[in-house]
Design a protein. Structure first.
Length: 95
């Protein structure tokens, strides 16, 4: 899933899960935000150069193998790690 420059993806369906079967890429100038207690499940790599607004949502890194977060600094409201390993290439904050 790629969020391009100038585009915003808002996921605000409380109690629902959006699963990205591959990687999630938020390009510079793109944005993703959570407006409610929803879950974003990422099965691949999370790459962010744009903006991410955690809101009250949860990000779940879920895979049979190791995954990576390749991003500028990010703050997650909730982060679930359900894989064999997570490579961090930047600082993250989990509230």
């Amino acid at each position: 899933m790629v969020i391009e420059y100038g585009r915003t993806f808002t996921f605000n369906t409380a109690g629902k899960t959006l699963t990205v079967l591959g990687s999630l890429e938020v390009n510079g100038g793109g944005a993703i935000s959570f407006g409610a207690a929803a879950t974003l499940e990422i099965k691949g790599v999370y790459f962010k150069n744009g903006s991410f607004t955690a809101g009250t949502g949860t990000v779940k890194m879920s895979s049979a193998g190791a995954q990576a977060i390749l991003t500028s600094e990010t703050t997650f409201n909730n982060l679930i790690i359900d894989n064999t390993g997570l490579l961090l290439f930047v600082s993250i904050t989990v509230n």
